[in-house]
Structures are given as C-alpha cells and as structure tokens.
Design a protein around this ligand. Structure first.
Ligand code: CA
Ligand code: CA
Ligand code: CA
Length: 442
C-alpha cells in the first residue's frame, strides 16, 4: 500500500478515467491537495487534486519539486526491496554481491607522499674497474624522518649490492665495490616503514682497466720487435740507446695494433746522463732524444721496411719523409727532443728541449710543440697523450702541455713503438709503464 503524503485531507473518490490520466501508477484513489507537497512524486496539485506532473508545466515550483522528489524515493526503497528479500533468498545474494564488488575499486593503491632520485652515477657514465664509483641519492618529502627507510641496491650484472639507510634528511650513498665490466642497470628501491615504495634506476658502463706494461719481465720476442741498441734494462724499463755516441734503436709492440680513432696513451719517460733514473748531478748537453711512433701499416714486414729507412740522429729514428726521405706513410709521432738541430738536415723550432707532435715520418714539421727545460734532467716524467678526433692533448707531469686541434689530423692507429738516437752527444733514453687506454663509452 502506497503511503499518502503527510497532509491528510478528505479523500475524494475519483473516476478510473482520471487515474489513468495521472499516469504510471496502478489504480488508486485521487488525492485531494492544496499545494504540490501534498501529492506524491510525479504529481502536482491541480485544482485541488493530485495530478500527474506530466500533465502540467515542468517549470512550476522547481524548488518544491526537489523536496517532493527526494522524500518518496527514500520511502519507496525499502518497500521495493522487501518483497524481493522475502520472495526469494537466492535472488538477493547476487544483488548484494554485485554491490560489494564495486567497493574495492574505490580503494586505489596509496601513493607515497615522498619521492627520491639517484644523483650519481648518471646515465651513460663510463668507469674503469679500478674507478671509485659511489651511488648517491636523495629522498624528498615534507616533515619525514627518512632514517628508517630501506634503500635496496642491485646491479643487473653483480646482483644485490646491499641495503642501506638514508640519513634523517633523506641523503644516501653507497660505494659500489667490485663492479664487473659491462653495461650495468643499477636498480634502487626505497621502501618506507609503511611498505610504500618507489624505484629508480640508472644505466652506466664499467670498462676493464687497461693493463700497464711495466717491463719487469723479459721481453717476449713474439710480442716485441726489438732493433738496434734498444734493450730492456734489468731495472725494469726500456733503454732505447744507452749512454754512448751514435747509437740508435727501436722497439715495437706486436701483440696488438692500435685501432683507428680516439686513443689515450700513458707512459713515463726519462732522459739524462746518470745511469739511475732520478736526480742527476752530471747534467751536460745530451742528445738526441726519442719518440713514440704509431705507423699505420698492414704488416710487420711493412713496418720493418719503414724502420730500415728511418733516419737516426736528428731524425730520432722515425724520419722517412720530408727532408729525410720520400716515403709516403700514415703515421703519428710525439717526440721528446733534447738536441737543437739547426742548419742540419732540419732546424728545430726552438733551442729548448721540447715535446713535439709530428706526423707521416717528417721530423721537421712540428705541428705543435711544448718547450720543457726539465725534459733532460734524468728524472721520470709522466706523459699522457690523448687524441680525440683532431684534438691532441699532452699532459706533462700533470700539466697540460699541449691542447690543440691539428687541422686535418685523423688518427689511423697501427703499430706502436719507440725509437731513440744519439750522435756526437748522448743520453740515456728510457721508457716505462706503458698503458694504452681503450675507449670506454656507453
Ligand atoms: Ca718499470
Ligand atoms: Ca724536434
Ligand atoms: Ca732535435
């Protein structure tokens, strides 16, 4: 039985035809009314009787209609539900389940209120296996004590690298020890005490260290081509000439050739008049100097053919072109020249001992040079040669001695070795700790 509106007036009996005009409901007596609120939902008070509102203007009394709409809906709900519940229990179960299923959709996973970032390494960094590599990062969030967070670090190559804790302000760091060579994806997972977590990753490379040849062992004839007066000194370095006039010698590494393109080569050099490298009181005019040469030739016999032609003395064991010959060859030279040639076959650009860059077997054409009076002091000097495209850099005892583009330079690689010579004047000419650094980039 439908509940009649609260305003109770005398019931008037209406005709069945009038009820039909009221619309959607089953037959029931028309209700007397004064205002719309006296009527049921969907009805309006017309001429003292509740009448279906579709029969009257929708625009009338919208504020009132809202109230009348709301109340009956609440009223009718239990009435509609009750018969279903009582009629068939089996039917009600799926109805309830459907409603409950929709509830979990609202519980989306909670997002941490904090963030974090890896600050080092950065993507595409490249390291050597001997490099000190440290992971650093920072958690960020308002008024959060991060000291109880866990930071789990793992590498795609090494696996787990440990779990650390940041400081209260969220900073964390972890030395990455023992990373194996290769391309590492470092995954970092930050987990809060409430188990909410975030992850970040960085990709970088680790290259194997390039071995240093320290000449402590006897030279393997299969690995080294040794010519002239060059020997391995029992002290553990190469001696190119020995302390005597008119000497010449060279040594070339046959184990591998240098690739075309960028390269870095480290070595130590020493030239002077004392038999033991280091401080030397007997400083006199010495000569001539030595050079590191890289010849772009296809075979050892071809290399030997060039060396057969190479001029000694002022030619430092590599002069085959220009004033020293007509051999056409692609080669790169860095010379450590301690004798000022002038009005000889060629004239040096300076009277001071110098580090010079030349190419193609021509000792006269100094593309760039650096004067160094200390070059001949018998002490060890650290040399780093770096070629990147046409850019040539030479570090001399940690000082940037040469840093210059050489127009047209295109390093072709090839057989690497050293040559030295003496003349009327002479010196020891020593090489040690040779390291050829392969490119490392990711
Ligand atoms: Ca050594
Ligand atoms: Ca020179
Ligand atoms: Ca010279």
């Amino acid at each position: 039985m439908r509940i009649v509106s609260t305003l109770t007036l005398a019931l008037l009996v209406a005709t069945a035809g009038l009820l039909g005009a009221c619309g959607t409901e089953t037959l029931s007596p028309a209700t007397a009314c004064v205002i719309d609120n006296d009527c049921e939902r969907g009805q309006a008070c017309v001429d003292g009787l509740c009448t279906a509102s579709s029969a009257v203007s929708d625009t009338s009394g919208s504020g009132d209609a809202t109230e009348t709409d709301t109340a009956p809906v609440e009223d009718t709900t239990p009435e509609d539900t009750a018969p279903v519940d009582s009629g068939s229990g089996a039917d009600t179960t799926p109805v309830d389940t459907t409603v409950e299923d929709t509830t979990p959709i609202d519980t989306t996973p909670a997002e941490p209120t904090w963030t974090f970032a890896i600050t080092s390494p950065v993507d595409r960094d490249a390291f050597r296996t001997s490099s000190a590599i440290t992971l650093t990062g920072q958690l960020t969030g308002d008024a959060i004590d991060f000291s109880t967070f866990d930071i789990a670090v793992a590498s795609s190559i090494n696996g787990s690298l440990g779990i650390i804790r940041p400081d209260a302000a969220g900073a964390f760091s972890l030395p990455l020890i023992g990373l194996r060579p290769g391309r590492h994806t470092l995954s970092v997972r930050a987990v809060a005490p409430d188990s909410l977590e975030r992850t970040a990753s960085v990709v970088f490379g680790v290259c194997p260290d390039d071995s240093v040849i320290d000449f402590t062992a006897d030279l393997d004839p299969a690995q080294w081509l040794v010519r002239g007066d060059t020997t391995r000194d029992p002290g553990g370095w190469l001696e190119l000439t020995g302390l005597a006039p008119s000497r010449a010698g060279s040594i070339y590494y046959l184990g591998d050739t240098l690739a075309e393109g960028d390269v870095e080569i480290n070595l130590r050099i020493s030239t002077g008049a004392c038999p033991t490298p280091g401080p030397c009181s007997s400083f006199t005019e010495g000569a001539d100097g030595f050079a590191m040469n890289i010849w772009s030739v296809a075979s050892v016999p071809e290399l030997e053919g060039i060396l057969d032609l190479a001029a000694n003395g002022g030619g430092l064991g590599y002069g085959v072109s220009g004033l020293y010959g007509d051999r056409v060859v692609d080669s790169f030279h860095i010379e450590f020249d301690t004798y000022y040639n002038r009005n000889d076959l060629h004239t040096d650009p300076t009277s001071v001992p110098h580090i010079g860059i030349t190419q193609n077997g021509d000792p006269e054409n100094h593309l760039v040079y650096y004067e160094s009076a200390s070059l001949e002091n018998n002490q060890w000097h650290d040399i780093t040669l770096s070629i990147q495209g046409a850019r040539v850099r030479v570090m001399y005892d940690g000082t940037m001695a040469i840093d210059q583009d050489i127009p047209g330079l295109s390093f072709k690689g090839g057989f690497l070795g050293f040559s030295g010579s003496t003349g009327y004047y002479y010196n020891y000419h020593r090489i040690d700790d040779l390291q050829i650094v392969q490119s490392c980039s990711f």
